[in-house]
Write a protein of this length. Structure first.
Length: 108
């Protein structure tokens, strides 16, 4: 993990919510996946596994840092573990770290 990703993760965890709600379900913060080549950090929010589902549903927040503009691009994607459907809930580009606080509102 490079310094850029470490700073992004520290800022996200300090500002973003620890749980989000989508379609009446609560998703709790899970693991983070780091990509040093693209300066991207993917934060997972995971729900309890539904009855009959093969895997648990999750909301992934991908945060990419653009060093040239000193701003972020944020993409929020929902994965349904029962139907294997994915949906993009939000896609923001050129936002500052204060946008991390808007994650809960974009998911609901």
């Amino acid at each position: 993990m490079n310094n850029t990703n470490a700073t992004t993760a520290r800022q996200f965890r300090a500002i973003a919510p620890t749980a989000v709600k989508h379609a009446g379900r609560t998703y709790k913060a899970g693991a983070a996946l780091y990509c040093d080549n693209t300066n991207t950090v993917r934060f997972d929010f995971i729900a309890r596994k539904q009855r009959g589902a093969i895997v648990a549903s999750k909301v992934t927040v991908a945060v990419s840092y653009n060093a040239g503009s000193d701003l972020y691009a944020i993409e929020i994607v929902h994965f349904d573990g029962a139907t294997f459907d994915t949906a993009i809930l939000a896609d923001w580009s050129m936002v500052g770290p204060e946008a991390f606080a808007l994650v809960a509102g974009a998911v609901a």
